[in-house]
Design a protein around this ligand. Sequence first.
Ligand SMILES: Nc1nc2c(c(=O)[nH]1)N[C@H]1C(S)=C(S)[C@@H](COP(=O)(O)O)O[C@H]1N2
Ligand SMILES: [Mo]
Length: 359
Amino acid sequence: MVGTISASEGISTNELQLALRNSGMPLEALRWPLTPPGLHYLLCHYDIPMVDVDAWRLELTGRVAQPAVFSLGELKQRETVTVPVTMECAGNDRARMTPRPVSQPWLGEAIGTAAWTGTPLAGLLREAGVSEEGTEVLFTALDCGIEGGIRQAYARSLPISEALEADAILAWGIGDVALAPQHGFPLRLVVPGWYGMTHVKWLRQVTVLDAPFDGYQQTQGYRIRDSPDEPGEPVTRILPRALMVPPGIPDFMTRRRFVASGTHRLEGRAWTGWGEVTRVQVSVTGGERWDDAELGDAVGRHAWRGWSYVWLATEAGDYQLACRAWDSAGNVQPLEPQWNLGGYANNAVQRMAVTVTAG
Ligand SMILES: Nc1nc2c(c(=O)[nH]1)N[C@H]1C(S)=C(S)[C@@H](COP(=O)(O)O)O[C@H]1N2
Ligand SMILES: [Mo]
């Protein structure tokens, strides 16, 4: 979803159309360790395919000693794991960039955590015997569309090392419930720690390649670059982010928050695809002064962890709250967005306008 840039116009009808198809997670749902069904964010480039599961097969092919074809029933006979994974769209918070990259206009809500159930990808690949020449694994989906003028089936590749070592899952469910059509029924890829575009839904083929995949979603989409003439850098793992549950109650239109003066326990969650979250800070002065928040346990090795902070909101008035996370790789959230053409990987700190009312 590489688009044009809009310097000043409001959201167009085209963007609104995308925004209505692709829902975000309302931030109050940060309260749940596992995002309740239907509240996980959603992003589909094209149409949601309707799949006849009896006819459906997964093909494993390319540079492997033993190509294979699996029915869903056959995959379910294999080793089965359920792993909580926090997923975030690479375009999350894109609409806060200036000039605004025109695409799905996310604010900060393109997130969710689900306990994905499926079989480890690594086991399947090892069993098939990846040949020496294998360098990447390509995941091809059933959904098709036209993007950047190119007709395509949605497809993305992963380096072979990540395909074998990132704890990737071929998932057919969330918990013990089958995938919903919009989340990839009957089978999707889940790659913990990687931005959403990697988690290919509606899988039909897994192909071990001996050369870099040059498809649109690899070489045109999901590149960090300032102009379409540059090749840019690929979008890979999720940068750290902390988000807070909006405190108090909202104004209907503006979503500005209202809380009564007194002591408030702010809470939220933080995650990263680069190791683990090591620190979260909160500011009630719009980023002037920061205090450490208290960290809770992670929901899983590949999922967000809770944080909380006690705010003594004794004085009535207008405040700007903010929070930011650090990770074990030394990344910290920037105070301002770092612009790029596609509006990817914007992990600038969240800011929230809150009015404290007397009594
Ligand atoms: N086949 C296919 N897989 C896909 C997509 C898609 O459009 N088609 N969208 C990707 C993107 S950009 C994201 S952010 C995630 C979203 O997964 P979700 O809708 O289950 O939250 O799916 C990824 N997998
Ligand atoms: Mo995405």
